[in-house]
Design a protein around this ligand. Structure first.
Ligand code: ATP
Length: 381
């Protein structure tokens, strides 16, 4: 079994100029009549990655997956897998397999037969076929349920049968369309970890489509965020979260506060932004991409903000004042909506280290919100 998956071993082939991507998507466009489902998409995905495509409904994720599987043909551009151009390769000859959203299990067949269906066309001896089925079922820990029918399984078990059926052909790349969407929240979280472990064990490249950004953040080695047929940003989950490159990505992944403003000072390493809505200057660390007069957005994650009843600094930089407008207690953390004099609401999140009865900040309290210059990101307007 190949064991070159990327989990925990620190390897980041996308940072290595010598490394060649296993899947190369080059300027791919797909139109359906007047609809442009994919607009000049280019991506490189490396062997052993758990790569996630995320984006709102209709942004083109499934179209891209179907194109890799060979069910759709691109209008222009090229797709290569292991250096081979895929245009003229029919689906069953491609080194990929797809696991569908609905799992598409046959209700009248046993688990074993469903899994065996994945290798029905391969010229294998009976004993070898049986061995492969057993191996695939063991891989997903279902060896004991081989004789059941799909309706006698839980949602999570059905998902694992579908995985076993997709993996039994030993593809180089497994395409997964919303693999966890049929599961409830608790089971989804558990299954996410199982999926990551399984991917690590088999060492196959997994390309996962999901509209759930939390799922992508939890699962993926890298994420491509898509919007209306275009790839907006590609990066590791932390790059996408901490350094979004556009308002769209900042807004799509997690919650973010956005302040519109104008650059007043651009010093080495630091930019000062005047924002009409905040009533104070915002200072943001930056590598010198912006100049005075430029319109920008300052993006600030709710958990980077410190709430207090007293002002944190005399300088009043990166410190906003407001009143507690909404307060949500979520067990391990609390979410606040703070209303400023301008009417703008700012979302703040803090961990609950103490018991509820000891809370010091309550509805209608006047509070100060402060943060460090390296906590925010500055984005082009
Ligand atoms: P979802 O998360 O809802 O599945 P998606 O991001 O996977 O969405 P796609 O299914 O790839 O989106 O669709 C992208 C766009 O292409 C949509 O506007 C869709 O309506 C359109 N589209 C997809 N398939 C076809 C088709 N066969 N004929 C016409 N339009 C299509």
């Amino acid at each position: 079994m190949i064991t070159t998956a990327l989990k925990g071993d620190g390897s980041k082939p996308w940072l290595d100029p010598q490394a060649k991507p296993q899947i190369v998507i080059e300027g791919v466009t797909k139109t359906f009549g007047a609809v442009t489902a994919l607009d000049n998409v280019s991506l490189g995905i490396y062997q052993g990655e758990m790569f996630a495509l995320v984006g709102a409904s209709g942004c083109g994720k499934t179209t891209l997956l179907r194109m890799l599987a060979g069910f759709e043909r691109q209008s222009s551009g090229r797709i290569l897998i292991d250096g081979v151009e895929m245009s003229d390769v029919p689906p069953h000859e491609r080194p990929v397999n797809m696991m569908f959203q609905s799992y598409a299990l046959f209700p009248h067949m046993t688990v074993e037969s469903n899994v065996g269906y994945g290798i029905r066309r391969l010229p294998l001896e009976r004993a070898e076929r049986k061995r492969r089925i057993e191996q695939a079922l063991e891989m997903v820990q279902l060896a004991h349920l081989g004789q059941r029918k799909p309706h006698q399984l839980s949602g999570g078990q059905r998902q694992r049968v579908a995985l076993a059926r997709a993996l039994i052909r030993r593809p180089k790349v497994l395409l997964l369309d919303e693999p966890l969407s049929a599961l409830d929240k608790k089971l989804r979280e558990k299954t996410q970890f199982e999926l990551m472990d399984l991917q690590y064990e088999v060492g196959i490249t997994f390309l996962v489509v999901t509209h759930d950004q939390d799922e992508a953040m939890a699962l993926a080695s890298r994420i491509a965020v898509m919007d209306r047929g275009k790839v907006m940003q590609v990066g590791t989950p932390s790059e996408i979260y901490e350094f979004p490159q556009s308002r769209f990505v900042a807004d799509f992944v997690g919650t973010t506060n956005l302040f519109e403003g104008t650059v007043t000072v651009a010093e080495p390493g630091m930019v000062t932004v005047q924002c009409p809505e905040t009533g104070c200057e915002l200072k943001v660390d930056d590598i010198g991409r912006f100049a005075p007069g430029q319109r920008v957005w300052v993006a600030l994650r709710p958990e980077k903000i410190r709430l207090s009843k007293q002002p944190a600094s005399a300088a009043r930089v990166n410190e906003l004042r407001g009143v507690v407008w909404e307060l949500g207690y979520l067990g391990n953390r609390s979410t606040y909506q703070i209303k400023m004099a301008s009417g703008k609401l700012v979302t703040v999140q803090s961990q609950n280290e103490r018991r509820t009865s000891q809370w010091t900040i309550d509805w209608s309290d006047e509070v100060y919100m402060s943060w460090q210059a390296d906590a925010a990101v500055i984005l082009q307007a």
